[in-house]
Design a protein around this ligand. Structure first.
Ligand SMILES: [Zn+2]
Ligand SMILES: [Zn+2]
Length: 277
């Protein structure tokens, strides 16, 4: 591993709702959570789906009593992207520091996150958790410089909006574009622009093209559209992401094969997959 290497790990790849059934466990049942580590081992997290629970336990074990400091970027606030937050153990440690970020404008970020832990939904209020927290909304056209990386949000076509993120690290560009439906000409071009030349594109591919016909307007894309984006934006590696809850491992393997016929460097993201870039 070179000093400049960036590491990525998927802790949750499932769309919409966790699916802890045995027939899904090769690809995984936890909802969206992606960890990126910089060369200096700083931890940047994208989304707080149910996968963030395991990540939190891993971070606490690794820290071995030392403070845990992470930056958590949220794409949007649908359940499957925030439901793991109350179970992310580092938020309860007084020595820890969690910085929250969103590219979604409007309701304040802190207030939005407090909502899911308010009475009677959870026994601990979000304003009672012990970790130091700060809340940052990224203005349109702005980006965040974090741990030597440039993290740039961009708008995705999704009900109630979602942000994709282009992550420019020394030596690698990763683009995270989940919860996105194709067919909006302006935002389709925006995605291609921000995904341009990425080493790795993580893209919403919830449906097969046939399934999509019955789910237009639901805010999600197909593996075939993800392939088109990867090709148009000349990305090196495509990760299919936000797998439909009804897609078991066998179907995910078929989808991967179909996608690879069109774009060879395609992998369906699976929970636990780790890459060094
Ligand atoms: Zn989602
Ligand atoms: Zn969503």
């Amino acid at each position: 591993m070179s000093d400049a290497s960036v590491r990525l790990r998927f802790w949750g790849v499932r769309g919409s709702t966790p699916t802890p059934q045995v027939e899904n466990l090769t690809f995984g049942g936890n909802t969206s959570c992606v960890e990126i580590r910089t060369a200096a081992n700083d931890c940047i997290i994208f989304d707080a789906g149910s996968g963030i629970r395991n990540l939190g336990q891993s971070l606490m074990k690794e820290a071995a009593g030392q403070p845990v400091n992470v930056k958590l970027f949220l794409t949007h606030f649908h359940w499957d992207h925030i439901q793991g937050l109350p179970f992310f153990i580092p938020i309860y440690g007084p020595k820890n520091h969690i910085s929250f970020y969103t590219g979604i404008q409007g309701r304040p970020l802190q207030e939005t996150l407090e909502g899911q832990m308010a009475k009677p939904y959870f026994p601990v209020d979000f304003d009672q958790v012990a970790a130091r927290r700060d809340f940052n909304t990224i203005d349109p056209g702005k980006h965040v410089d974090a741990s030597g990386m440039k993290i740039i949000p961009f708008p995705l076509n999704h009900p109630q909006n979602a942000s994709g993120y282009r992550i420019e690290a020394p030596g690698a560009v990763i683009v995270y574009a989940t919860d996105y439906e194709h067919g909006h000409p302006t935002l389709d071009s925006t995605l291609r622009e921000y995904a341009q030349g990425a080493d790795l594109l993580i893209c919403d591919s919830q449906y097969t093209p046939a399934e999509y016909e019955k789910h237009k307007g639901w805010g999600h894309s197909t593996w075939l559209n993800a392939v088109h984006v990867a090709r148009d934006a000349k990305v090196k590696q495509l990760f299919l992401f936000h797998h439909d809850p009804t897609h078991d491992d066998q179907q995910m393997m078929r989808i991967t094969e179909d996608a690879r016929m069109q774009f060879e460097n395609t992998t369906a993201a699976w929970e636990g997959f780790a890459a060094v870039l």
